[in-house]
Design a protein around this ligand. Structure first.
Ligand code: ARG
Length: 457
């Protein structure tokens, strides 16, 4: 296949150098966006009288037929072309002759690739947003089923205070809502058309960048042509947002892995999201959650790759920038599949309420409430805290829990204790009494569920 830039050269590119230079195996997936961009560009060239209308019609028809044939599998994108832009243009000229050679008027591959990547990532971002919302929905469903499921809340992975499972899992919904917001923010900033920046300095033709920007549903065009072709900030922003999504998915996965262990047994994962062992017949492994946790590393790595690739590049386009695609495509692929597998895994898992309650019953997680009981009766909190600590030690030494230590033992620590203390430290009461805004009490949890449902509408 003749190179687009063959004119200046007397020798063919070395074979290894050609393969090294080529990006088609990576960028072929942008064929749709490349063709969309070329169609918009053609429309602008005709409107501005830069090419004949008859040529414009030939070009657009030719591009449509190429798109159709790639979609149907009739036309295979071969590695003979250097990149997807060369492939489409060469194929177009083969199909419609000389008119095809007019398409690239007032355009460079530098603004073309910048455009294609933005268009492609905008579509990917929309898909990720859909998937995030599905996951938030799955979390909300589990929350609704578990508003009265009492479990220990942890700090330092030590049992700390009683909470409901709903409150715990809803924390993840809040993270994913922020993640969606970050993707939306990045898209907002990215949604300007670089098309018409040309190689770097603009063009002598009387182009209309507003026209192409509108046709391609951008909010406007990039104001500086050098920035237009040099900017890959949006790759960094999106990869950063994707990295945080993975952070959250990974923390959730870690908890699911812990919770499904025999040591916790807070949840039972559905068989469709677990695997067995080739040697240990009893095993049911949370492979999906482990893989999500494991794949986080590659998404972080991709972010670092892009940042490092960009640092130190002089303006404007440099070939280094061809390395922008592989990593961000991989990040989107990874995040999408992780979201696709996590949502149904969360939705189908069973929370083992007796087990979470049993765990809450051990570990003195109502000690804060016992101290609060004394405080409300007038004892200064520090003093109440100290006495409660002594009671906990006494319980451990004498095999009691706070809930079953007899009142006469309590009285030895303070005569402020009365039989109403047992109701105060009952785990269900403890949860219900957490009436502060955003706390684990039922009003707050219901408010969170309502907020999320409104968000998902
Ligand atoms: N394949 C190239 C890339 O992805 C397209 C732009 C090439 N431009 C150039 N002047 N060599 O970056």
């Amino acid at each position: 296949m003749e190179k687009l830039w063959a004119g200046r050269f007397t020798k063919e590119l070395d074979k290894i150098a050609f393969g090294f230079n080529s990006s088609i195996d990576i960028d072929s997936r942008m064929y749709r966006q490349d063709i969309q961009g070329s169609m918009a560009h053609t429309s602008m060239l005709v409107k501005q009288g830069i090419i004949e209308e008859s040529d414009g019609i030939l070009i657009v028809d030719g591009l449509s037929s190429i798109l159709e044939d790639i979609d149907s599998g009739k036309l295979e994108i071969t590695s003979e072309a250097e990149d997807i832009h060369s492939f489409v243009e060469t194929e177009l000229t083969a199909r419609i002759g000389d008119a095809g050679k007019r398409l690239h008027t007032a355009r460079s591959r530098n603004d073309q690739v910048a455009l294609d990547v933005r268009l492609y990532l905008r579509d990917e971002a929309a898909e990720v947003l859909e998937l995030i919302k599905k996951l938030i929905g799955a979390i909300c469903l589990q929350a609704e089923k578990n508003t009265d499921t009492v479990m220990p809340g942890y700090t330092h992975l030590q049992r700390a205070q009683p909470i409901t499972f709903a409150h715990h899992i809803l924390a993840y919904a809040m993270m994913f809502i922020r993640d969606a917001g970050r993707i939306e923010d990045a898209v907002k900033r990215m949604n300007l058309s670089p098309l018409g920046s040309c190689a770097l300095s603009g063009t002598t033709y009387n182009t209309d960048r507003t026209h192409t920007a509108k046709l391609l549903e951008f909010d406007g065009y990039t104001l500086n042509s050098i920035d237009g072709v040099s900017d890959r900030d949006f790759c960094v922003e999106l990869q950063s947002a994707l990295s945080l999504i993975m952070t959250h998915l990974s923390r959730l996965s870690e908890e699911i892995i812990l919770w499904s262990s025999w040591e916790f047994k807070f949840v039972e994962l559905d068989d469709s999201y677990t695997t067995g062992s080739s040697i240990m017949p009893q095993k049911k492994n949370p492979d999906m959650a482990e893989l999500v946790r494991g794949k986080t590393g590659r998404v972080y790595g991709n972010l670092m790759q892009t940042l490092t690739m960009l640092k130190g590049l002089p303006l404007a386009y440099n070939k280094d920038m061809q390395e922008d695609k592989e990593s961000i495509f991989d990040s989107f692929d990874t995040v999408k599949v992780c979201l696709q597998v996590t949502s149904p895994m969360i939705e189908t898992m069973t929370v083992l309420k007796e087990n979470t309650l049993a765990a809450a019953n051990r570990g003195f997680i109502n000690a804060t409430d016992l101290a609060d009981y004394l405080t409300k009766k007038g004892m200064p909190f520090r003093e109440a805290y100290k006495i409660t600590g002594q009671i906990v030690r006494f319980c451990i030494e004498n095999n009691f829990v706070l809930d079953n230590m007899p009142l006469e033992e309590y009285k030895k620590f303070s005569d402020m204790f009365d039989s109403d203390l047992y109701d105060e430290i009952n785990l269900f009461t403890c949860v219900k009494k957490r009436i502060s805004q955003g706390g684990t009490g039922p009003d707050s949890v219901n408010a969170q569920i309502e907020y999320i449902k409104e968000y998902l509408k």
